[in-house]
Design a protein around this ligand. Structure first.
Ligand code: AMP
Length: 616
């Protein structure tokens, strides 16, 4: 079968074009480029600072301030200054558990929906917040290099799932950057250390990455230029912030302050937090810290005692990673230190002790990930050679879901061969057929993407909406041939399609599609958010009517009338096409119906227990 250009290499990159490498960190972000064959990080005009705090401040006039200036506003305006947005990426309110109470800003409690941050009357998503940081980084490097920049490689933690990688891509898009690759941070660090060349003998590397908010350990096998992740482990809530917190707690214990004081006075909490971070950094090179006003002191010895349990936790996680990789400690050839917190002498010592070899810290631990991203960018630009580059999918592949939305199954730049699947269900009771339409492209609405083919999965046994479990699986083989299979799991009904060469796409067309996706990013995301809200509302309206019908016995006339009114309000909001109104109408309906649903459930359980059939 003819090879189709689904896995065309990144031919769209012009030689000599500058592609930047971005380390979008939890605490700090930075940009690097390769110049004269060497990766270097971009510093401010003053030639001093390379690290940009990943902090976004929204002032009263909704002007956006990013970086060092925003960091200064953390203690005076904590509710308008957002830090650690990366931790919120692809997460719901529920996922964040108790963490939200530690933040100085407000996160909307919407259970299992993706988190939103409320600043004044505005709502911001982690994608928007990350896009602001990326916009700032882009503008800064454009100023320093006096050149327009439009392409980037961005790094993400190895444990980031599909949704989090997609969110990072979207943030890049919103910032006006074409994201050529999303690469794993440990892979980037290994590239920076020069590992992974084609001719190099096979090597096993442990990348120990202790940043501001997260800990990652990755064990990579580098063989003939291929990076293979043998295992990754980590803790998304373990990092430099925890060392700051033990110092804070130590000071609070020693002073007249209580945790209650800090909870009620967010500004005071933030300023002590910043002092604690200063103390921690100071103690990496000194034996004692004393604050300017002399109210807080801590010695290196005390700090080591307090921080040892935290470092031990990371060593336990390393043990699991080594075990998962099915290796002995002696199999590991190199240990690389990444992340600002590895500057702590205690960390270096305990990691070296555990692995039985001196941990490599030759490169600046804050910069190695960005440098690796720049090297990857330079490989894509065709300048750096000697690395093996795997084939990748140049455009995302996915299917059409309700409302004409594109649901990406294999994201752009995934390695080939590749396989991925996702579960879907029906939206109508008794639905016996499901049309699967396959698209290629970066836009959120399928109408703007390219249709590759479609087929119908028929003979789905009649079931209520939402019950069938339909798995759609995409497989791209080493020749780039795409197979799509849909299967209803309960009945094992299955249909498959092979996309053949007639669906190929020219490089010009591919380039145009990428440019369009950047140009329309903001509008596309707004449309997507509206369609998602409309889809959710329609399914709530459907269940609402069903609920009234099934529970006539326990609902009073007033309750039924009120439910009908609220469902009608929601129907109007859907027709109105204003996302915020739809969400508000859903919330009001949910708030009213939740106690009724609970009552209905209790009643039904009681009926079932007393031997009667539900609905009798
Ligand atoms: P990263 O997320 O990799 O940018 O790491 C940032 C974290 O490293 C923050 O928690 C910083 O406080 C911490 N850090 C930076 N420099 C030092 C230092 N010299 N000693 C200890 N921690 C540091």
């Amino acid at each position: 079968m003819a090879k189709i250009p689904i896995n065309m290499k990144s031919g769209e990159v012009e030689k000599s074009e500058v592609i930047i490498g971005i380390d979008l960190g939890t605490t700090n972000s930075l940009v690097s480029i390769v110049e004269d064959g060497k990766a270097r990080v971009i510093k401010d005009d003053d030639g001093q600072t390379a690290l940009v705090p990943s902090i976004v401040h929204f002032n009263e006039e909704n002007k956006i301030i990013v970086g060092h200036l925003a960091k200064k506003l953390l203690s005076t305006h904590p509710e308008r200054t957002i830090y650690s947005a990366k931790r919120l990426m692809g997460k719901s309110y529920k996922d964040l558990a108790n963490y939200t109470s530690l933040l100085g800003y407000e996160i909307i409690d919407e259970e299992d929906k993706l988190v939103k941050v409320k600043v004044g009357q505005e709502f911001h998503t982690p994608v928007n917040l990350s896009a602001e940081i990326l916009k700032y980084l882009k503008a800064r490097i454009e100023k320093v290099l006096n050149k327009n920049i439009s392409k980037a490689v961005i790094t993400v933690p190895a444990y980031f799932n599909d949704a989090q990688r997609q969110a990072t891509r979207d943030a890049g898009k919103l910032a006006g950057l074409e994201v050529l690759r999303i690469i794993n941070e440990p892979t980037a660090a290994s590239l920076a250390y020069g590992f992974g060349k084609k001719e190099e003998p096979s090597k096993t590397i442990a990348v120990y990455d202790l940043g501001g908010g997260t800990f990652d350990i990755s064990i990579l096998k580098l063989d003939n230029g291929v990076f293979d992740v043998l295992s990754t482990n980590g803790d998304t809530f373990l990092g430099g912030d925890d060392f700051d917190r033990v110092i804070m707690d130590h000071w609070v214990n020693q002073s007249q302050l209580s945790t209650e004081d800090l909870n009620t006075n967010k500004s005071l909490a933030q300023s002590i937090r910043l002092q604690a971070e200063m103390a921690k950094v100071h103690l990496s090179d000194n034996d004692i810290f004393e604050s300017k006003d002399r109210s807080f002191q801590i010695s290196k010895e005390e700090f080591h005692q307090l921080s040892k349990p935290i470092v031990e936790k990371t060593i336990d996680i390393c043990k699991s990673a080594v075990k998962d990789a099915e290796l002995e400690l002696s199999d590991i050839d190199e240990v690389i230190l990444v992340g600002g917190s590895t500057r702590m002498p205690l960390v270096k010592k305990m990691v070296s002790n555990y692995f039985g070899k001196t941990a490599n810290d030759a490169l600046n631990p804050d910069e190695v990930v960005a440098q690796g991203a720049a090297i990857q960018a330079d490989i894509l630009a065709g300048n750096t050679t000697g690395y093996l580059l795997l084939d990748v999918t140049p455009l995302s592949l996915g299917i059409e879901t309700m409302g004409g939305l594109m649901d990406v199954i294999i994201p752009r730049n995934s390695k080939v061969p590749s396989s991925a699947g996702r579960s879907y269900t029906t939206s109508v009771d008794g639905q016996s057929k499901l049309k699967v339409s396959i698209f290629q492209g970066e836009r959120d609405l399928v109408e703007h993407n390219r249709k590759l083919g479609e087929f119908v999965l028929s003979n789905i046994p009649p079931m209520p909406a939402g019950i069938p479990k339909i798995e759609v699986h995409f497989i791209i083989d080493a020749d780039g041939i795409l197979k799509v299979r849909a299967m209803e799991k309960r009945s094992e009904t299955q249909t498959e399609i092979t996309i053949t060469s007639q669906y190929g796409i020219s490089e010009e067309e591919m380039g145009r599609m990428l440019v369009d996706s950047l140009k329309h990013a903001e509008q596309d995301m707004k449309t997507k958010a509206l369609l998602e809200a409309q889809n959710e509302a329609k399914s709530i309206i459907h269940s609402g009517h069903k609920f009234i019908k099934q529970n006539e016995a326990i609902l009073s006339q007033e309750e039924t009338n009120e439910l009908i009114t609220l469902i009608n309000d929601l129907e109007h909001a859907v027709k109105d096409k204003t996302k915020d109104n739809i969400q508000l109408a859903m919330k009001i309906l949910n708030d009213f119906s939740a106690p009724l649903a609970e009552r209905a459930m209790n009643y039904n359980i009681k009926q079932a227990l007393s031997g009667k059939k539900v609905g009798e």
